[in-house]
Each structure stands twice: as C-alpha cells, then as structure tokens.
Design a protein. Structure first.
Length: 268
C-alpha cells in the first residue's frame, strides 16, 4: 500500500500543480475585467462580438484545413513507412524536425520565403521573377502543415504497425484485392491512429500565434493571436483568460468527438 502511495503522490502533485491549478486560475481570471472587478461581461462580449465570433470561425477553419492537409500527406507516408525494411530509420528521419526548436524552424522558413530568400532567388534564376511568398495564407498553411506532419504520422504509423499480419494474409487468401484489403481491413483498423493524429494536430492548430505573426504576417488571426494580444499588449487578462477557457472547451469537444471507445484490434 505504501509503495502505491509513493508512486501516486508525485503523479498527483504534478497533475494538481501543472494541470488543475493553471486551468483553475484561467477560469477564475476570466470573471474579472481589466480593472480587476468581478464581471460576466467577458463571456457576454465574446458571445456577442462579431470580431471574436469571426476569429473563432477563422481558428476552426484554418485548424481544419491544416489537419486535412496534414492527414492527406501523413497517411500515405505512414503506410509506406510500414512497408520499408529500414522503417525505424525512415521514421526517425520523419520525426527528426521535431528535435529542432519551433522558433528556429519558423525563422528558417522566413529566410526561404522572403524576397531575397532561396526560393525567390531560384525563381529569378529560371526567369520567373520574384514573388511575394511570405505573409500569405499559402505560406502559413505550408509551414503549419510541415510542422504538424510528424505528430500525425506517428500515431497513424503505430496503428498500422499493430495490425495483425494474419488478417492481411487471410484477406489475400480469400481473394481480396489490395484495394479491398486496404479499404475493409487496413483503414478501419488504423482509425484509432487517425483520430489520435487529428487530436494531436487540430487542437494545437486552434491556438497558433507565433506562426501566424511571423509567417502569415497577421493576415491569419486566430484565438491564439487574440490571447497573446490581450495578455501582452492590452493587459486585459480577463478577456484573454475567457478566450483561453473557450479554447479549452473546444479541445475537450474535439477529444470527445474523435475519442475511440472501441476495444483496439491488433496482434493479440
């Protein structure tokens, strides 16, 4: 019994200090205005303001686009990785960019997309002239998808690698084509990985703010940008906390919708 308590106490302290307490503080702060007076006006303003509602729709829209683009790229990538002999090595190559600081990667793309960057230099070299690549929706989507791809590939890869090979062999023995095997066995059994990947990409994409500023040039305004603005510029922590509460609720909704309650099938 004492050993169980010894293991539980550090975990419980971690959860209380770094999960429960911050969430409670954000929820508490959302009920105060800029003058530290208790109010419900923050929620009223958020729900009635066209600016915040448009910002929310923008956040959901761009997060959904990033998730779809990432999924379209990541699923074939994960599937091909499972077919390779040295798949652990190639998987390492895919996740290697996650070892690099996010800010460094963002600045690297600024160097690539700028007017004097490598891409425009190449375009001028082949006679296509210089183009405005930075501070566009396309550049924002490209960089965001690039950064999120490893977080989509990993759960899908893990789901695919856990599929029992005997199921695939049985499908072939029964005369199924490769497409039928994929559609009826591989894809359904990989859905837990797809859902986990959607959670890992969609939820962080809702609150992007650094990439929107440095790559999108504030053309893309998200809830994450609004939170940064309220906390660091306007000092309206109450409104910033209110938007944070909305984001947390959105994250729980996404987790609930994409949650997998079925018993996992695999090699066992």
């Amino acid at each position: 019994m004492r050993q169980k308590v010894m293991f539980i106490v550090p975990y419980a302290l971690w959860i209380i200090l770094f999960v429960v307490a911050p969430l409670a503080l954000i929820f508490y702060q959302s009920f105060f205005d800029i003058n530290s007076h208790f109010t419900l006006a923050n929620y009223q303003d958020y729900l009635t303001s066209p600016t915040y509602l448009k910002m929310t729709l923008n956040s959901v829209w761009y997060a959904a686009l990033i998730t779809v683009v990432t999924l379209v790229i990541s699923y074939p990538t994960a599937y091909v990785l499972t077919q390779l002999q040295n798949r652990q090595f190639w998987l390492l190559i895919v996740i290697l960019p996650t070892w690099i600081n996010l800010l460094l990667k963002t600045y690297a793309f600024i160097g690539l997309f700028s007017r004097t960057g490598s891409i425009n230099q190449f375009l001028r070299f082949v006679g296509l002239g210089s183009h405005q690549l930075l501070f566009t929706d396309a550049s924002f989507m490209f960089v965001a998808a690039y950064i999120e791809i490893p977080f989509m590939v990993l759960p899908i890869y893990n789901a695919l690698i856990e599929i029992n090979p005997s199921l695939l062999n049985a499908s072939k023995d029964l005369g199924a084509t490769s497409w039928q095997t994929f559609r009826r066995i591989v894809f359904p059994l990989s859905m837990p990985g797809v859902k986990a990947g959607i959670q890992a990409v969609f939820i962080p994409s809702l609150s992007l703010f650094m990439i929107t500023r440095l790559i999108g040039g504030n053309r893309v305004i998200t809830l994450g940008t609004a939170i940064e603005e309220h906390f660091l510029t306007t000092q309206n922590w109450g409104m910033g906390s209110t938007i944070g509460v909305v984001l947390i609720l959105a994250m729980f909704i996404v987790m609930f919708v994409t949650g997998d309650t079925r018993e996992k099938g695999g090699r066992h």
